[in-house]
Design a protein around this ligand. Structure first.
Ligand code: HCR
Length: 393
């Protein structure tokens, strides 16, 4: 991993780019990167990583009680991390710079119904360009499991790495349980892009993230990379604790440790799972070494002009085929169109209208549940889904 993988000519443009990042700070999306580090995929596609284990997602609703459902939410969350943070390395050899979405860019897809699960659909909209913010909603009608959230990044440079603080949060809602609606607030980990000086960037996670159920069950997930407590890259430790007034908190505390890109297992199982023997390693809590299921997307010929793969088709073709002149010409075309649209709006006294989401300045759930998290902002905005298939509880 820590070896130069660049040709001498690439090496100098890469070094110039890294120096530019180091002295620039701020919004990375606006920097022009050397061609070989460009990805042909737009950031609007990234929320699909939440759905690539569709069975784990829909079966959250099958949990018999709050404890069981909280375990299932944690399991699904951990199982998505490999896709979210290492799939570019696996597919393209290193972390790459995704296409910077335009305002109003859309991405739709689904994981089709099978015998064991209902259909899960995904709706994504780029709700801000400067700074880039992406809103998403994923829904499985059969099980009543819904995920809504938004994602932005604040980047800085420190100790030779890019530090990415994720802004935004996600809310997982279980609709139609016998006990009513149940919601989970999900915060997002901090990222470090390492391997920069070697020309092979990869993402490591650090600090903590949380999954707080409104009934008091709380997962605290701590991320460590190589050289820390296990000495392994992509390590984590998750502790799930019961509500403060639980009669037997210790017996119902779960501790899971391992790596989020391979396997994890219980190091302390709760009293309610006698079959799990902590320390034995198996059965694994998560095992994501096997294949995941990528989202199904309509062919470009059937997509609307704002849909990501159609919008970026020519740019992506240029990047994939190594024709960077084509890629940059097509990218400039899109950027000029965008500039013109913004000018026209100013002239007409209008503003861009979102199609599938509505921005609300404060998220009531976030404010109710987030107070105990160190370092989390005390309030957060939210993008509420306004498209078809909305659920009224
Ligand atoms: C930081 C990053 C853009 C944002 C990407 C996010 C945070 C987006 C939300 C997903 O749920 C998870 C996710 C995973 C990615 O690891 C992260 C990207 C990694 C690199 C990219 C930078 C803007 C590009 C840096 C340019 C070079 C040096 C690689």
């Amino acid at each position: 991993r820590h070896r130069w993988r660049l040709k001498p000519k690439q090496k100098s443009s890469w070094t110039t780019f890294i120096k530019q990042i180091a002295s620039f700070g701020g919004d990375l999306s606006s920097l022009t990167a050397p061609p070989f580090i460009l990805s042909p995929v737009s950031l609007t596609e990234f929320p699909a990583y939440w759905g690539e284990r569709p069975e784990l997602f829909s079966s959250i609703a099958e949990g018999v009680d709050e404890e069981d459902r909280s375990v299932r939410v944690l399991k699904w969350f951990i199982a998505t991390l490999k896709g979210q943070y290492t799939s570019r390395n696996e597919k393209m050899g290193s972390e790459k710079k995704p296409l910077n979405p335009v305002l109003g860019e859309l991405f739709f897809g689904e994981w089709p119904e099978t015998e064991t699960r209902g259909k899960t659909t995904l709706t994504v909209e780029q709700v801000s360009h400067h700074p880039p913010v992406t809103a998403y909603r994923m829904y499985n009608a059969k099980s009543g499991v819904e995920l809504s959230g938004f994602s932005g990044q604040k980047t800085s440079f420190s100790g030779g790495s890019i530090i990415v603080k994720q802004t935004g949060h996600a809310v997982l809602t279980l609709h139609g349980l016998p006990s009513g609606k149940e919601q989970y607030l999900i915060t997002l980990p901090r990222l470090r892009i390492d391997g920069l000086w070697y020309g092979s960037p990869y993402t490591e996670l650090s600090d903590m993230s949380y999954i707080q159920c409104e009934n008091g069950w709380l997962s605290t997930i701590e991320y460590k990379g190589k050289g820390y407590f296990s000495g392994k890259p992509h390590s984590f430790k998750a502790v799930l604790t019961p509500p403060y007034n639980h009669p037997a908190p210790d017996e119902h505390t779960h501790v899971v440790e391992g790596t989020w890109h391979e396997t994890s297992s219980y190091t302390k199982a709760s009293g309610f799972q006698p079959e799990l023997k902590p320390g034995l390693g198996t059965p694994y809590f998560t095992d994501v070494r096997g294949p995941k299921e990528e989202i199904s997307v309509k062919p470009e010929s059937e997509q609307g002009e704002w849909e990501s793969r159609k919008l970026w088709k020519m740019v992506a073709e240029g990047i994939r085929s190594g024709d960077y002149d084509l890629a940059s010409k097509e990218k400039t075309k899109i950027e000029n169109q965008q500039r013109q649209m913004r000018k026209d709006e100013v002239a007409a006294g209008t503003t861009w209208q979102l199609k599938y989401f509505k921005k609300i300045p404060h998220d009531e759930l976030y404010e109710r549940l987030s107070e105990m998290y160190n370092g989390q902002p005390p309030t957060d905005e939210m993008y509420v889904y306004t498209g078809p298939d909305q659920v009224q509880d």
